[in-house]
Design a protein around this ligand. Structure first.
Ligand code: UD1
Ligand code: PEP
Length: 418
């Protein structure tokens, strides 16, 4: 089994280049299904979820040409299939975007329920509510989602919860529907805006992405285009946290500072130094960190996907802080692993109380999900002695070259296959 072996105690120093955003790329790739021309996408992160999704598209009949590690041309002109029951589809969350994209293209789609990180129930009722409002019939049986429509007609849809997946999925289904669709209480995450920008470049008419009301006016046809995925907010945030945790000094390049504001604000509150440039950010850790309280919220709030790495950092502060997880009801499973390193964390429902000032000691840890994995790695970087992190498959879903990027910053991390 593959594992990371980490010798803790070395501050991170140097520069790191951030990859394209996982959650944006996972929306853009299925969006190419709607195009009748070639779509060239650059800055696609080379991660497991993305490669899995590209393979799913190939199985659907989409021609892909990989120009280099991070650039792919998608040609969906001859796609004929609207059903994808492959096991790979079950293994990732973002496969739910096949619903909106295939429904938009064929007015029919059949796929299994999606997978993804095990962090709570993760229903898709708001996606379904949206498709039904557009006139589709939805059947859920034996773990399979079967949706069909005679016609897709624009409608007004109020989301009961702010959902990234439902917002993007409804946009995908609505871009070629008849008339106007209005999504109210829409998610405002950078990747929602990225998918809307991409669709607009293909000829769609989407207004308001990035606000909580999105208006989609249906068009007949979408064409090819060239696009570049935005930088990954969560990967950047992970390196920001790692830099502060190790008391390092890291220049994080290829980022959009605006997307990192909620993270910068919390790190500044702890006492770290942050220097912003146009498309990079320098993060400098300090000897003493103040305790803080964090609450995860939809964008522009503090992202739930950085909650786990942040918890490790909060173990190193002076005093007691809290994390309130308001998005997913079961995202504290990794706490047991941190406790094995000496962390003092008490979880009560959606709140984790973190008593800082305890030194962490190396241990063998299991990456229980993607961001828990990132948290385990950061914990290993600051712990005394050796830490082993297993179950790397989760980490590989979302971090491009984590081990070599950290090594280039001076971290003592290696991968073992035994
Ligand atoms: C592939 C992808 O982009 N994954 C991201 C996406 O996941 P995902 O799209 O699954 O997350 P959502 O934004 O949809 O979920 C937000 C909240 O709404 C709830 N909900 C969602 C849909 C629904 O139909 N009904 C419902 O109740 C969820 O259980 C959760 O409590 O956004 C999350 C929140 O930023 C991130 O953590 C994930 O990294
Ligand atoms: C929860 C995450 O991913 P997914 O939605 O793909 O499971 C994540 O990226 O932290």
């Amino acid at each position: 089994m593959e594992r990371f072996i980490i010798e803790g105690g070395t501050p991170l120093h140097g520069e790191v280049v951030i990859a394209g955003a996982k959650n944006a790329a996972l929306g853009l790739i299925p969006a190419t299904i709607l195009s009748e021309g070639l779509c060239k996408i650059e800055n696609i992160p080379n991660i497991k979820d993305v490669n899995r999704f590209i393979n799913i598209l190939k199985k659907l009949g989409i021609k892909t040409t990989q120009l280099n590690d991070n650039t792919v041309i998608f040609d969906a002109e001859n796609i004929k299939q609207y059903e994808m029951l492959d096991d790979e589809t079950r293994k990732m969350r973002a496969s739910y975007y096949l619903l909106g994209a295939l429904l938009g293209r064929f007015k029919k789609v059949v796929i299994p329920f999606p997978g993804g990180c095990d962090i709570g129930v993760r229903p898709i009722d708001q996606h379904i509510k949206g498709f039904e409002a557009l006139g589709a019939k939805v059947e859920l049986k034996h773990g399979i989602i079967n949706i069909s429509a005679e016609r897709l007609i624009g409608a007004s849809i109020y989301l009961d919860v702010v959902s990234v997946g439902a917002t993007i999925n409804i946009m995908l289904a609505a871009v070629k529907a008849e008339g106007v669709t209005v999504i109210e209480n829409a998610a405002k995450e950078p990747h929602v805006v990225d998918v809307a920008n991409f669709l607009n470049l293909m000829g769609a008419n989407i207004k308001g992405a990035g606000t909580d009301v999105i208006k989609v006016t249906g068009v007949d046809k979408l064409y090819g285009c060239e696009y570049m995925v935005i930088p990954d907010q969560i990967e950047a945030g992970t390196y920001m946290v790692a830099a502060v945790a190790t008391k390092g000094n890291v220049l994080i390049k290829n980022i959009i500072p605006k997307h990192l504001e909620s993270i910068s604000a919390k790190l500044l509150e702890m006492g770290a130094q942050i220097i912003e440039y146009d498309d990079s950010i320098r993060v400098i850790g300090e000897e003493h960190l103040k305790s803080i309280n964090v609450k995860t919220l939809p964008y522009p709030g503090f992202p739930t996907d950085l909650q786990q790495p942040m918890a490790v950092l909060m173990c190193l502060t002076e005093g007691t802080g809290t994390i309130t997880e308001s998005i997913f009801e079961n995202r504290f499973k990794y706490v047991d692993e941190l406790r094995r390193m000496g962390a003092d964390i008490i979880v009560d429902g959606r709140v984790a109380v973190i008593n800082g000032g305890k030194s962490l000691s190396g241990a063998t840890l299991k990456a229980t999900d993607l961001r828990a994995g990132a948290a385990m790695v950061i914990a290993g970087l600051v712990a005394e002695g050796t830490t082993e992190v297993t179950d790397l498959k989760h980490i590989e879903r979302g971090y491009e070259h984590l081990e070599s990027k950290l090594r280039s910053l001076g971290a003592k991390i290696s991968k073992s296959s035994t």
